[in-house]
Design a protein around this ligand. Structure first.
Ligand SMILES: N[C@@H](CCC[C@H](N)C(=O)O)C(=O)O
Length: 282
């Protein structure tokens, strides 16, 4: 099966986008892992498949991690899909449906995109955590990383506030915490340095993907956790390895708004190999 794809990125967080709106894609976990593999397939931080929208939504967006798992949110991919579908429909306001809810998105005049990710989920069983506890202080510590806060933005996040992001060994701490027994669904692990009440330096070890250049839902979760801790206000510029995002946690309705870029890198077509061939190659 020959499938056209689009390669896009948002602040360096990169995606292969497949369009399953007019013909069904047979995306099995081995195929997802193959397409996302940077040596064997196309390579990306997440593989995004589009499905037809239904009442109230312009498109349905499904999010797949490179390890084959499915995620409930991807902030950076949402901006990319909003730009793609908005331009296609000639509209500057569209709604993207995901397994976690509907995301109203606006294409701004300066080419940035704003997505409303809804209200953060702050209860322990909404993150989810493995036991009842205060999500502002989790009993986790190793080296320079201790006492994280957690919330869900449609996917699970824990944020460690550290003195120096540059001095934090993320590639060893990230996988260690991602799979901690405290997180029954695993978690995205953010390491944040508060630069001022309006600026945060952030790197995220993403569940099912590893260290990426930016994580949009991670930026939202970090601002929420920082504001709940009284470390920042409710609006901040987030400095990620691949670019900047503006995150605002609205007082009026409790929703989190994310504003940032989306760019197309290239387009192409790829043959989806049969699962059997991929299992043998693996
Ligand atoms: N890149 C993302 C998050 C993608 C999903 C995540 N790895 C998960 O498993 O929850 C973003 O921009 O939010």
């Amino acid at each position: 099966m020959l499938v056209p794809f689009m390669k896009m990125h948002g602040a360096g967080n990169d995606f292969v986008i497949l369009d399953g709106r007019t013909r069904a894609l047979d995306l099995t976990a081995p195929r997802i892992r193959h397409l996302a593999d940077r040596r064997l397939g196309i390579g990306c931080d997440q593989l995004i498949s589009l499905e037809p929208g239904s009442r109230g939504a312009d498109v349905f967006m499904r999010i797949h991690n490179p390890d084959g798992s499915e995620a409930g949110a991807c902030g950076n991919a949402t901006r990319c899909v909003a730009q793609l579908v908005g331009r296609e429909l000639g509209r500057d306001r569209i709604t993207i449906r995901t397994i976690s809810g509907d995301l109203p998105s606006v294409l701004n005049a300066d080419d940035s995109i704003t997505v409303d990710l809804g209200a953060p989920r702050l209860d322990w069983d909404q993150v989810p955590l493995g036991a009842e506890m205060d999500t502002l202080h989790l009993p986790l510590a190793e080296g320079v990383a201790r006492d994280p806060a957690a919330c869900s933005m449609g996917n699970p996040h824990a944020t460690f506030f550290v003195d120096s992001v540059a001095a934090t060994p993320i590639t060893s701490l990230g996988p260690r915490f991602e799979t901690d027994a405290l997180f029954p669904d695993r978690a995205n692990i953010g390491f944040a340095e508060i630069l001022s009440p309006e600026r945060i330096r952030l790197r995220v070890w993403e569940r099912g993907a590893g260290l990426t250049l930016a994580c949009g839902s991670g930026a939202c979760a970090t601002l929420v956790n920082a504001a709940r801790r009284g470390l920042t206000g409710r609006r901040a510029e987030m400095i990620l390895d691949g670019g900047k995002l503006i995150i605002e946690w609205r007082e009026s309705n409790g929703h989190v708004l994310m504003t940032g870029p989306a760019e197309t890198s290239f387009t192409g077509s790829i043959t989806l190999p049969p699962d059997a061939a991929l299992e043998i190659a693996a």
